[in-house]
Design a protein around this ligand. Structure first.
Ligand SMILES: [Zn+2]
Ligand SMILES: [Zn+2]
Length: 437
């Protein structure tokens, strides 16, 4: 086992400034970094989709067993909740998502995906490796923890709402605050990007079936043409953002799917279209949802068609806006600044993408940030969700050290202690004591 980073038996608040650098030095040691690289590469070879992360989950549990870290399993099918520290309050959580994407990997390398049609193209393999790295470092220094760090390994971030299911299963009971990160090729290695308040959008999906009456394409008078109706629906939906939304309140409506007809000379019976909508407030989001339904049904009726709209289901829930707690933003600035230097904390623009960490941050004060891994000397890195996605493993120590120091210092400094509920974006969460583990 690696030697502890410091011989001091306990940390006092004056030393908290040193914690981030100590953890970073530790995480960069070859025995820790290479071990994380190994985990990430193992996971990269066995990508699994949401709620099917059985092998991934097994690998994580094997590592936790080896470290002597107790955990609950299964939580939300494949999820794991681990505990490091005193076993008593306060509880603070750090989180990683475990799922991969239905993409065929196009990168030729030694650790290419061994599963046809599946790939870790969003970096969740790295997220798991970094959280395990943090777990290892925290466990080494568990005597220094003034409370308990809760390790959240969640399934199904990519659309399945795994975070919501973890929450429903009580994963955050009695937890005061939660931190999460996502790797990003937009920002340089050794830097983070973040912002206070909203950071990623609320996201919903919809599917529309427009029913008409099919027939001969040369005799349109005997048909009710759903293709024409669908065309008008698509155009009308574009007016929701351009004409009804406040131009200063960012929103998106995209039709990403159109299916209908199969021949040059046949008008089909029905057309299916589908897409996504995004907004940064609950009000704008529900307004958009309502208006999508109105526009679809009324516009289709202009062409004598019937239309039905289905929105998200329990299997694929809408994701709320991810909102970073203001007090935790200040706290993060200090902890990350002490590790990386304030010049390496970038102010992020709002992101129209969605992240199911939002469910956690809606329930308790939460904080989400992006961890850079761009390094121009190593060439261009593709963005997430590309079959050419690659990840710079030099970022692993930064993520692990950030997780570990954010949690350790949180327990030491209790940054939310003077917070009134109004200072958060959320009402005080309803808490019940965490079960004994
Ligand atoms: Zn993704
Ligand atoms: Zn992701």
């Amino acid at each position: 086992m690696p030697t502890p980073i410091s011989s001091t038996p306990s940390i006092n608040p004056d030393k908290s400034v040193k914690i981030p650098l100590d953890f970073l030095d530790y995480a960069k040691k070859p025995e820790i970094k290479d071990w994380m690289v190994g985990i990430r590469r193992n996971l990269h070879e066995i990508p699994e989709l949401g709620f099917l992360e059985f092998e991934t989950s097994k690998l994580i549990r094997t590592e936790l067993d080896q470290m002597g870290i107790p955990y609950k399993y299964p939580v939300a099918v494949t999820g794991i909740v681990g505990f490091v520290g005193t076993g008593r309050p306060p509880f603070v959580a750090i989180r990683a998502d475990m799922d991969a994407l239905a993409i065929e990997e196009a990168v030729e390398w030694e650790h290419k995906s061994k599963v046809p049609g599946k790939m870790h193209a969003c970096g969740h393999d790295a997220h798991v490796a970094m959280l395990l790295g943090a777990a290892k470092m925290l466990q080494e220094r568990r005597e220094d923890l003034q409370g308990t760090v809760v390790l959240i390994f969640q399934p199904a971030e990519e659309g399945g709402g795994g975070a919501k299911k973890m929450l429903d299963a009580g994963a955050l009971n009695n937890v005061q605050a939660i931190f999460g990160l996502h790797v990003s090729s937009e920002y340089p290695i050794g830097a983070v990007a973040t912002r206070a308040g909203p950071i990623t959008a609320a996201s919903g999906f919809f599917e529309v079936v427009i029913n008409g009456k099919g027939g001969h394409a040369a005799l349109p008078q005997h048909t009710v043409d759903p293709i024409l109706a669908a065309s008008n629906v698509i155009v009308s939906l574009q007016h929701l953002v351009s004409r009804e939304a406040d131009p200063l309140d960012s929103q998106v409506v995209t039709i990403a799917k159109v299916q209908g007809g199969g021949a040059f000379n046949v008008i089909p019976d029905s057309v299916t279209i589908g897409g996504t909508f995004r907004a940064f407030s609950k009000e704008s989001f529900s307004q958009l949802k309502q208006r999508i339904e109105d526009v679809v049904t009324r516009q289709a009726s202009v062409q004598r068609c019937n239309a039905s709209v289905t929105f998200n289901t329990n299997e694929n829930p809408c994701y709320p806006v991810t909102i970073n707690n203001e007090v935790l933003h200040e706290y993060f600035g200090k902890a990350a600044g002490d590790m990386l230097g304030v010049q390496n904390i970038f102010e992020m623009k709002l992101l129209m993408g969605a992240e199911d960490f939002s469910f956690f941050a809606e329930a308790i004060p939460g904080y989400f940030y992006y961890l850079g891994f761009k390094n121009e000397t190593q060439g261009q890195f593709e963005r997430g969700h590309s079959p050419y996605y690659t990840f710079n493993e030099d970022a692993l120590p930064y993520g692990a050290a950030l997780h570990a120091s954010l949690a350790t210092r949180y327990l030491l400094e209790n940054p939310l202690k003077h917070t009134s509920p109004e200072a958060n974006y959320h009402d005080e969460p309803k808490r019940s004591p965490h079960d004994e583990f």
